[in-house]
Design a protein around this ligand. Sequence first.
Ligand SMILES: [Fe+2]
Ligand SMILES: [Fe+2]
Length: 271
Amino acid sequence: MKLLILGDLVGRSGREAAVKALPRLREDLGADFVAVNAENASHGFGLAPDMAEALFAAGADAITLGNHAWDRKEIIPYIAREKRLLRPLNFPPGSPGAGAGVFSTRDGRKVLLAQVMGRLFMEPMDDPFRAVEELLARHRLGNGLHAALIDFHGEATSEKMAFAHAFDGRVSAVVGTHTHVPTADHQIFPGGTGYVTDLGMCGDYDSVIGMTKEPAILRFTRKMPGDRLAPAEGAATLCGALIETNEAGLAIGIAPVRVGGRLAGAMPAVG
Ligand SMILES: [Fe+2]
Ligand SMILES: [Fe+2]
């Protein structure tokens, strides 16, 4: 099975590039399941329901969020009824929406997608390790589950790697989001779990992690309130990964996908 996941869409640049590219990308890569992180899609902060609808219409099977999940308040009633939209699993009990879901591919195979959030250099959060232990006690690869993908939304590379190793052999892949910078450490761990520390954002890389440069620089050079951060609106580079799994649901390939904009391109060879 082939799983495509795109990192944080930032603002109009990332959002519109993803909506435009997804149908073709899905086809060209032969993706059976497509997930998109869209926590920054709405002007850099949160996700509006109409934007989620546009992503679903373009071919996203599921959307994940992150620490910006609730920045657009309209998403709260929407996530309560839209099961394809996920927020971090380790949000406190009683938070709206769900942190994991089982999705059917077009040919009827089942994919578990979950998102968890890290705790290093992030807001306080329940334990992501324990949250996923509990989830996997209910959803085991095999037993009618063909793939399991985890979006680890976090700042610290160490926490992401430790988490992924802790679940090596029990999920198809763990991919990082949140830093908005793609890493080059795509690999398959000894137990068969695919991994990359961060997918990178889908947005304009002539920016400070997707935001216009000047106000972002001022935040570091002056301890004064400045202009509100706004997304950079140049051409986006779409960043993500394609994971290929075997019969057991474990990874046999993980490769970067980078299309458009300023970053050097990368496209998996599709057999
Ligand atoms: Fe983000
Ligand atoms: Fe984030």
